[in-house]
Design a protein around this ligand. Structure first.
Ligand SMILES: [Zn+2]
Length: 183
């Protein structure tokens, strides 16, 4: 008798838990994703700092493992090598994550990219009139870079690019910075 009550109770609890995961969890996830959309931007710096600290810890571990590798033989070496590989992978993953957050916060759109590509290259390189110009990608005495249909191409070094690439090269800036500058 007692046993059957206990079984019953277990079933009820299991049912409640199932319902919780099926019904409540999606609601919680939804609410949190709304929250992130609303105020997430304010905490990006904190998130980056958190990840940077994690990377720092991983790098300390990596240094230790690298030292250990030198003192280990046989099967141990294989294990340490595996650890090193995993640590490097984790560091890379977190670094990419930071980059993604930074890029996202710079907010560029497809429309902005399209607009930047249409920016006249002639204006970017200060090109006037006809004929070739001195290449922007290599040093030369005789102009061998031509601009056509808003593309630049060098007949000597074969460098080529659109307005964004030209701007990035001349001003030594990132893709996002170039797109923002060419609006
Ligand atoms: Zn060139």
């Amino acid at each position: 008798m007692l046993e059957s009550i206990d079984n019953n109770r277990t079933e009820i609890l299991a049912e409640l838990e199932k319902e919780y995961y099926a019904v409540e969890m999606p609601k919680i996830r939804m609410a949190i994703s709304e929250l992130i959309k609303e105020i997430g931007d304010e905490f990006k710096e904190n998130r980056i700092e958190f990840l940077e600290n994690e990377i720092k810890e991983l790098k300390t571990k990596l240094t230790a493992e690298n030292i250990r590798y030198g003192f280990t033989d046989g099967l141990g070496k294989k294990i340490v090598r595996e650890n090193i590989y995993n640590l490097e992978k984790e560091i890379k993953r977190k670094t990419m994550h930071i980059m993604a957050i930074k890029n996202e916060s710079q907010k560029i759109t497809q429309e902005m990219i399209a607009r930047a590509r249409e920016y006249p290259i002639a204006d970017i390189v200060g090109y006037k009139g006809k004929g070739n110009i001195l290449c922007i990608a290599h040093k030369e005495k005789h102009p061998s870079m031509t601009i056509k249909n808003n593309y630049a191409y060098c007949f000597s070094c074969h460098w080529h690019g659109d307005a964004i690439a030209c701007y990035m090269l001349i001003h030594n800036v990132s893709f996002v910075e170039a797109v923002k500058a060419l609006q």
